[in-house]
Structures are given as structure tokens and as C-alpha cells.
Design a protein around this ligand. Structure first.
Ligand code: COA
Length: 186
């Protein structure tokens, strides 16, 4: 992918040197509070390679977010095709995950807005969805800031979350259409 740029951020493909940041994003207890798994370093390095190849092939996925001012990787954000057993598949998902010291600065919303613009105006997609554990209000607040709409009738139990984690099963679904995005951002 050609890196995408916002005022403060560069959204780009992963590089081998980003492995420590990717590992923190997959193992930190605070970051992973609403996920039923943690990745060890080997699993995280493997994921980095998988996502890197996906971005090289398709031109998008969950990309590294680099802070322009320091060159640090502060999180990831991006879009990904949902083709599996989710109740709303097929769909294009938008998602984000940032290191805690970079929360509260608007970086998730800033990077996601750029990805929505890319999805609607470069890929010409008609709709983008996002989902989260209902209690993950930091994430649903990002969805709301992006102007995404909540569909309460589409709440669902995540098919990949086992019954061992009942508190992480129930998810909410938000969506935004191309027309809605362009009307909000023209
Ligand atoms: C979800 C997550 C990315 C949200 O991060 P966040 O920092 O709350 O969201 P944003 O980056 O959009 O920042 C918004 C906050 O920055 C503030 N802010 C400060 N400076 C800002 C600026 N220049 N521009 C915009 N907002 C700014 C906003 O007021 C808002 O604060 P508030 O939460 O007190 O209202 C983060 O909590 C996270 O990574 N969680 C762990 C992983 C996760 O759960 N991912 C989602 C799975 S579904």
C-alpha cells in the first residue's frame, strides 16, 4: 500500500522493526481487556508477517499507525473483509487498537476517518461496519465520533468467543454508508 497520511499520523504497512510494538498490541493486559486471547512473541511475529503480506496483496488490512512527530508505532487501524461466520458477513470491517499511553488524543478517530475515506472514495465500497464488546465504550465512542450508526436489533454473540468468556461474547454492531460519510465530510 501507498502510505496514507493525516495531520499527525502515517498509516503504512508493517516492517520487521515494528515487531515489539505489534507484540505489545497483542499481549498488553490493558489493551487486550476485551479480547479472550493474548499472543506470545512468536504468534505476534507471525501475525505481523501475515498482515504485512495481506496489505502487500490487497492494499489494505490493519495497518501500522506511525506518529509523525516521533516515528513511533502507536497502534494499528484499518479495514478488513469479513467473509467468515459472522452473522452480518460478507462485510467490510473497520477496527483499531492503540497503546494506552496514546489514548485520549484523538489518534484512533483520526486514523479511522482516513480509512473510511479510503474505503468509500478509493475502493468505492458502499458500507463499512464496526463491532465491539458492548462494554467497550472507548471503542463504541470512536464509532460514534466517526458518525457510525448503532443497530440494536443486530447485537450478536461473537462466534469465535468461547463460553468460557461469557462477558466477552455479546457484541454491538455499528455501520456507516458511503452517502452518509460523504454528506458528513463534504
Ligand atoms: C478503542 C481505542 C482505540 C479508543 O482510543 P481513544 O483514545 O479513546 O480514542 P481516540 O483516539 O479517538 O481519542 C478520543 C479522545 O481523545 C480526546 N482528544 C484529545 N485531543 C484530541 C484531538 N486533537 N482530536 C480529537 N480528539 C482528541 C477526545 O476528546 C477523546 O477523549 P474522551 O475519550 O475523554 O472523550 C482504545 O481504547 C484502545 O486501543 N483500546 C484497546 C483495544 C480495543 O479495545 N480496540 C477495539 C476493539 S473493538
Amino acid at each position: 500500500m501507498k502510505p496514507l497520511e493525516t495531520d499527525r499520523l502515517i498509516l503504512r504497512n508493517w516492517e520487521t522493526k515494528d515487531a515489539p510494538a505489534m507484540y505489545r498490541l497483542n499481549s498488553d493486559e490493558v489493551v487486550m481487556k476485551f479480547f479472550p486471547f493474548r499472543r506470545n512473541r512468536v504468534e505476534s511475529d507471525l501475525l505481523l508477517e501475515t498482515v504485512k503480506n495481506k496489505i502487500a496483496d490487497k492494499g489494505y488490512s490493519f495497518a501500522a499507525v506511525e506518529l509523525k512527530q516521533t516515528g513511533e508505532i502507536i497502534g494499528f487501524a484499518g479495514i478488513s473483509d469479513i467473509t467468515d461466520n459472522m452473522p452480518f458477513a460478507p462485510a467490510l470491517e473497520i477496527g483499531w487498537r492503540f497503546l494506552p499511553e496514546y489514548w485520549g488524543k484523538g489518534y484512533a478517530t483520526e486514523s479511522a476517518l482516513k480509512w473510511l475515506e479510503f474505503a468509500f472514495n478509493t475502493l468505492e465500497k458502499e458500507e463499512v461496519v464496526s463491532f465491539a464488546v458492548a462494554e467497550n465504550t472507548a471503542s463504541t465512542a470512536v464509532m460514534q465520533r466517526l458518525g457510525m450508526r448503532y443497530f440494536p436489533e443486530l447485537d450478536f454473540d461473537h462466534p469465535s468467543v468461547s463460553d468460557d468468556y461469557p462477558e466477552l461474547k455479546r457484541h454491538v454492531l455499528y455501520a456507516i454508508s458511503k452517502d452518509q460519510f460523504n454528506a458528513q465530510n463534504s
